[in-house]
Every structure is written in C-alpha cells, then in structure tokens.
Design a protein around this ligand. Structure first.
Ligand code: NDP
Length: 401
C-alpha cells in the first residue's frame, strides 16, 4: 500500500495513471502533478468513470522549479516519483527527490534543451548522492529504453553465456489517418531522429548520417517493413553493462511518406532548436511546430494496426553459436479501448508502472542510480503480460541480421 506521484499528464502519464489505478493493492493512492492541471483532472475524471478509482489527487507544478516541486513532495509524501513529463526535467526532478527523500523512476534520459544530446552521464553522476541518501533512481523504464533493456538482461541471464550481437528492432505498423504526426512528444521525437545515427562496434561508436542504413526486416504478425539504423539511448548503458557485446544497433521503421515530411520540415528550417525572431517575439521553430502538429495524445481514437518491438541477439551458449528473438506486439486499438491512449503511450506507460511496482514490492532494491538491465529481469517479465504487454521468445530464430 503505497502513495506515489506521477509527474506529467501527456499520453504516457495517462497510461501510467490508468495502470496504477488497476492495482490499488499496490498503488493505494496517487497524485498526478503536471504543468497544466486541467490535463491531470481530465485523466482523473476518465479513470473515475472507467474504473471507479477515486484516490487521485491533482496538482499544478513546474517540474523545473526545484523548491516548488520539493515542497509538493514534502506535502504529499509519496514513496516514489514516476517521472513521465519530458527529458528536460530529469535532473530537476532528481534534485527534488533527493531533497524530499523520495525514490525516482523515469523513461527517457536527460536532454539539455539547447542541444539534442542523448547520454546518461548527467544522470549517472547522481549515483553517489542517491546511494548516500539510501534512495533508488531507476532510469529508462519505458519500452525502449526499458523493456528492450530487460529483454537483453533476460537473454544474458538465461539464454547466452556471452551476448555478441544485439539488434533492437522497433516497428510501428500503425495508421492514425493523419498525413504527418509523431507518436510521442513531437519536439523530443524529431530531435531524436534527425541527429546522426550511431551504433556500437568493436569497442567504439560508429557515426553515420541519418537514415543512411536501411534494411527491410520482417516483424511478427506485421511483415516486412523498411527499417533504419538510428541512435537510441539504451545502447549506451547496454554496452556498458554487457561488455561482451561486439556490436549493438537500434532499428526503427519509417514509411516513405513520413520521411518525405521530415525532409521538408528540416529543409525549411522547422526542425531548428535555435531561437529566431518572429514579429518581435523570440520563438524556437521546433517548439512552434509542436504547437501545430497533432497532439500525440489525441491520435488514439482512429489508430489501427500494431507495434512490434524486440531484441534480436546472437551469442554463444555452451561454446556453440546461438540466436534469440524476444518481442512484444501491441495493438493501438486495444490500448485505446483500455486507457483512451494509443499504443506508443501504452507500451511506455505499462513498463513505467511495472518498474514502480518492482520497487514498491521490494523486487528491485539498491541505493543509487541504476539502468533497468541492472535489476533482476525475472519478476518484471513475469507480470508484464498480465499488465497488458505479452511477450514471446524464440531460441534459434532466423534473425535476418
Ligand atoms: P507529452 O508531451 O504528451 O506529455 C508531457 C507532459 O509533461 C505534459 O503533460 C506536459 O505538460 C508535462 N510537462 C512538460 N514540461 C513540464 C514541466 N516543466 N513541469 C511539469 N510538467 C511538464 O509526452 P508523452 O506523454 O508522449 O511522453 C512522456 C515521456 O515519455 C517523455 O519523456 C518521452 O521522452 C518518454 N517516452 C519514452 C518512451 C520509451 O519507450 N522509453 C517512448 C515514448 C515516450 P503540458 O500538458 O502543460 O504540456
């Protein structure tokens, strides 16, 4: 029976709140705190209507204001924060958690606003302070990073003696009927995919121009999809924690229509993160673009099709080569029916709630800052299917890669 605080009331925050409300024996009550209180109240009202759960408090907070957030934490006294606002707020929320003596969990690594740079160094630097305070910080507990990292931990623990080649493959074979929209926060999403691609090979990072490595990969129940190598943050922690990995890549599917829109957006300067003057007001083009693009939280209603995300791994078992594929498929329509949010928010929110449950139930313990693959994958994967994300695995799979 624990009290938690969810920070952020977007698509992911909505799913986390729905899933916490489904397990009142663990999440006896919780607060949704975010920048715009109206969005918190909408989620609380939907949950009351759909599930009859009425133990939700709401609050407005700027998570970049450390004293304000610390006060709110000291007032509400949660055991932990589930941070599903934006990556810009990771460090200020970690500071407030330290000041208030509260455990921390997030789904995306810290990113400075002025530079699209994805690395764990900023957050790993907090390890000693969390350790000294006897608090746990769980980093990257969404789907990717998150479940993909826990899938890799399962492979290392149960399937291989040594993992050599890791390919994380992420397909969204959904159709929301819009000409162009991103599946989560457009600003964060476009910053992520327009940077140079990068993968790990033989002990170093290999940098490549965006979308320069393409392969048509077959996804279970989806079929072939054009997939591109891009950099994704879990590669950094996975190659650190599983040092036998010789090569680690991340693949994501993109349709031609999406890439054409993205190219135009970049060519006309709308993906820029430097301020420009517009009618005497300073604006950041990418922030303005977010304002005019569809809200990812609103995509759910007509979204059909499914996501398929997993890990394709090669390595050694008992001195012989072995292959392994572990994955989850998630239907957008099912996610919407349950939470009024689309599949990408769902696949992020369910693991965040499950990770929180691991901490609250004492399955994941330790003082300090940890990536999810450092914990025992077994209790997490045991309940993930029951929580809505069933996974499958195949030993000896044809990996195509
Ligand atoms: P949204 O943009 O839909 O929601 C973000 C929420 O955070 C909004 O409610 C927003 O408030 C709130 N917020 C923004 N700034 C602040 C602030 N300073 N103080 C308080 N609240 C703030 O994003 P998503 O729900 O799609 O994504 C949430 C997180 O999940 C992101 O960090 C994203 O990177 C991560 N993610 C992780 C994935 C994974 O697999 N690991 C996959 C997808 C997403 P307002 O309503 O006022 O705008």
């Amino acid at each position: 029976m624990s009290r938690v605080m969810i920070i952020g009331a977007g698509g992911v925050g909505r799913v986390v709140a729905y899933k916490c409300a489904q397990y009142p024996e663990v999440f006896s009550e919780f607060m949704i705190a975010s920048r715009t209180i109206q969005r918190c109240r909408e989620i609380a009202a939907d949950i009351k209507e759909d599930l009859g759960y009425d133990k939700i408090t709401t609050a407005a907070v700027d998570a970049e204001d450390i004293p304000a957030l610390t006060n709110l934490l000291k007032e509400y006294k949660p055991v932990m924060v589930i941070h599903v606002a934006l990556p810009y707020q990771d460090l200020t929320i970690m500071e407030a958690c330290l000041a208030a003596g509260v455990h921390y969990l997030d789904t995306a690594n810290y990113e400075p606003k002025e530079e699209a740079k994805f690395e764990y160094s900023h957050q790993w630097a907090y390890h000693e302070r969390f350790k000294k305070a006897g608090l746990t910080a769980i980093l990257g507990c969404g789907f990717d990073p998150g479940v993909t990292s826990i899938f890799t931990a399962r492979a290392a623990k149960h399937i291989f003696d040594e993992i050599h080649y890791l390919d994380i493959v992420d397909a969204n074979a959904g159709d929301h009927g819009k000409a162009f929209a991103t599946n989560f926060n457009p600003e964060i999403n476009i910053r992520e995919i327009t940077q140079n691609g990068k993968y790990w090979e033989n002990g170093e990072w290999v940098e490549i121009p965006p979308f320069s490595i393409r392969k048509d990969l077959n996804y279970p129940d989806v079929g072939p999809k054009a997939s591109y190598v891009l950099y994704h943050e879990e590669l950094e922690s996975l190659v650190k924690h599983f040092p036998t990995i010789k090569r680690a890549r991340f693949w994501m599917t993109f349709g031609d229509e999406y890439l054409t829109h993205l190219r135009v957006i970049q060519n006309i300067g709308m993906a820029g993160i430097e301020p420009v003057m517009h009618k005497g007001v300073e604006i950041i083009p990418l922030e303005f673009l977010k304002t005019v693009l569809p809200d990812p939280g609103e995509l759910g209603e007509n979204y059909v099709g499914q996501t398929s995300i997993g890990c394709r791994i090669r390595g050694i078992k008992d001195g012989k080569p072995e292959t392994y594929y572990i994955w989850n498929n998630c239907h957008h329509a099912q996610a919407f029916k349950e939470t009024r949010a689309q599949g990408v928010s769902y696949t992020t929110g369910v693991p965040a709630m499950t990770g929180a449950m691991m901490l609250l139930k004492g399955e994941w313990t330790g003082a300090g800052v940890f990536n999810v693959e450092q914990f025992n994958p077994d209790p997490f994967l045991k309940v993930l299917g029951k929580h809505g994300l069933e996974w499958k695995e195949e030993i000896g799979a044809d990996l195509e890669l």
